[in-house]
Design a protein around this ligand. Structure first.
Ligand code: SF4
Length: 599
């Protein structure tokens, strides 16, 4: 058997594969411009997940004594339907555990009909996207593969060694062919240690971008915006020396094809959307083009049709503020799909408490016994992505990828779409949208977008429509920028919680179990009398605290501490910021400040 497989993960790279049945492996496609024969270690996990010994293969019902009892899928679906009928309210919590077109959205139709609030996915990249929309009309510049062959690469606020194998590979190729690669970051990350670091203060990105504007202006470039600050002021706020910025600007103006890759972490702060907006304008000033990558919206794809937004009653809940929506919830059926909110959303402790509340009935659709599944009353096993058909639209390149079933699904596991259709049937719901079959939805949406379905079927991938973008972007006015010309900081240590290369957030932890560690600078450790291996207590601004093991690192500057998020059993998200940003709406996870004491 040979099949087309697309990686459904929440990842820039959007890898596509051929499944080689004889060898039982996935081969990254070399004939696909967006994949280029490159993939990350996690591609192996796509198959490993399906055969993993810890995978939940039969539904689990919680008994009165707290133990689990295995039941059949039919019984699990009947119990789920009964609970939905019995309770006062239905709540859906979902996010990006599976990013394929239908797997991510088709089930929304059911929850809209049941009156569940629609969930706004405001945790990730919306601040930057909104910043770009204000300048360029759309939250988009170029695609990740456009980075190939650049003579100057700027990786701004991203640790692509951990999070984007394509960006890291292309940057390395630029360096190896004599080009220049700068990394703008608050610390010497794994990526920065390979290239030329421009170390910026946390939240100093707006000041740094304005300083670049100012120096370009001095060199005769047209910058259609007043900048009422001196270079020295901006250098001091950004934390970057005039010499370093001068070196950066010189490299930029002599480059024939610069490319700026922007990450998400630095825009999860107050002012983060403005930072993305200003950075996107730098290559426009020097080269007259949007030579940057930041996200790729599913332009032309009618995601509202897939989600059945016309069925929604209109109530919208925030993902970042989910704990506030549900903290007083009683007598509700809560259904969690595509997500591990107890581990990944702010105040996972409040979410866990609500899921486990006796008056609520919690259904978790999952592959593994995650932090969230542990609080369920009923776990319904989900199908692994290699066990069913769907299509993948990534945010890194312009190709929609076909995903075919190359493994057989366990008999008691169910796809998101079939779960929604089965529950609709058991609940005797009449809306025909609830029963539309998968390929009818896919065909309608892709045809509407102008995608060649025959080519997709034949080749396994097909291009999406081009995204129109303003030729002349709009620059912000100085008064709009003024409040962001300051570093972040409210006292305490700035806690950063980035992604790890073996995980996608908390996904895959079962396949690569790592201990949770806090990295801090040697100077801070000396001041606090801490050594590697010591345990410390981190106290958040919300009064909550966690205990964690320290590792002293020379790559982390004073005032910053770092913990890779997504370790199962972690309490890290109990202390991260749950404040909404000023643009987006978006989370401000990177604006987390904590106090440290040795235990
Ligand atoms: S996680 Fe990302 S880089 Fe790795 S296989 Fe999936 S899409 Fe590719």
């Amino acid at each position: 058997m040979k099949g087309f497989v697309s990686c459904p993960r929440n990842c820039f790279d959007g890898c596509a594969f051929l499944y080689d049945m004889e060898r039982g492996i996935l081969i990254p496609r070399k004939d696909h411009t967006g994949v280029d024969g490159i993939t990350c270690v996690k591609s192996r996990f796509l198959l490993d997940v399906a055969r993993h010994p810890e995978r939940i293969k039969k539904p689990l019902l919680r008994e009165r004594d707290g133990s689990w009892r295995e039941i059949d899928l039919d019984e699990a679906l009947r119990i789920a339907a009964r609970q939905i009928e019995k309770k006062d309210k239905v709540v859906r919590i979902d996010y990006s555990g599976n990013m394929m077109l239908l797997s991510r959205r088709f089930h929304h139709r059911l929850f809209h009909v049941l009156g569940a609030p629609h969930v706004r996915w405001d945790i990730c990249a919306e601040a930057g996207s909104e910043g770009l929309r204000q300048s360029w009309g759309v939250g988009y510049g170029m695609d990740l593969p456009d980075m190939k062959g650049s003579d100057l690469v700027v990786i701004w606020g991203a640790n692509v060694y951990e999070t984007s194998v394509h960006a890291y590979t292309y940057a390395m190729k630029t360096k190896q062919s004599g080009g220049k690669v700068f990394v703008v970051d608050v610390m010497r990350s794994e990526t920065a240690s390979q290239f030329d670091l421009i170390r910026v203060n946390p939240g100093g990105d707006v000041a740094l971008a304005l300083l670049v504007f100012l120096l370009l202006k001095e060199k005769g470039y047209t910058v259609p915006m007043d900048i009422p600050y001196s270079p020295e002021e901006l250098a001091s706020i950004s934390g970057v020396s005039m010499d370093k910025v001068g070196e950066f600007v010189d490299a930029l103006i002599t480059a024939e094809r610069p490319f700026i890759f922007m990450g998400y972490g630095f825009q999860r702060r107050m002012g983060g959307g403005m930072a993305v907006r200003l950075i996107s304008l730098i290559p426009y000033i020097t080269h007259g083009k949007p030579l940057f990558y930041y996200d790729r919206p599913p332009y032309g794809i009618d995601t509202d049709y897939v989600s059945g937004m016309h069925l929604s009653a209109g109530e919208v809940w925030s993902l970042t503020g989910m704990h506030r929506h549900i903290e007083d919830l009683e007598n509700a059926t809560i259904v969690v799909m595509n997500a591990n909110p107890v581990n990944t959303l702010p105040r996972g402790d409040v979410i866990a408490e609500t899921l486990a509340r006796p008056s609520n009935f919690t259904i978790v659709h999952e592959l593994f016994m995650t932090d969230t599944a542990r609080h369920a009353d009923l776990i319904i096993p989900s199908a692994a992505s290699v066990e069913y058909e769907d299509v993948m639209i990534t945010y890194g390149h312009k190709y929609v990828g076909l995903n075919e079933a190359v493994y057989e699904k366990p008999p008691h596991a169910i796809t998101n779409m079939d779960l929604a259709r089965s529950l609709a049937h058991l609940l005797d719901l009449k809306q025909e949208e609830l029963y539309e079959d998968d390929w009818s939805v896919i065909t309608y949406v892709l045809k509407k977008a102008g995608v060649d379905i025959d080519l997709l079927r034949k080749q396994g991938y097909a291009p999406l429509p081009e995204i129109p973008i303003r030729k002349e972007p709009i620059f912000p006015t100085p008064d709009k920028v003024a409040s962001y010309v300051r570093p972040a900081g409210r006292g305490g240590y700035n806690l950063l919680t980035p992604s790890r290369r073996f995980r996608i957030h908390s996904q895959y932890w079962a396949l690569h179990k790592e201990e949770e560690v806090l990295y801090m600078s040697g100077d801070d450790a000396d001041l606090l009398g801490i050594r590697s291996g010591d345990m410390v207590r981190l106290k958040g601004e919300n009064g909550k605290s966690i205990t964690i093991k320290v590792e002293v690192s020379h790559d982390v500057p004073q005032g910053i501490i770092r913990v890779f998020h997504g370790v199962w059993g972690s309490r890290l998200n109990n202390i991260i910021s749950d404040v909404m940003s000023d643009m987006g709406p978006n989370s401000t996870l990177s604006d987390t400040f904590v106090y440290i004491e040795k235990v």
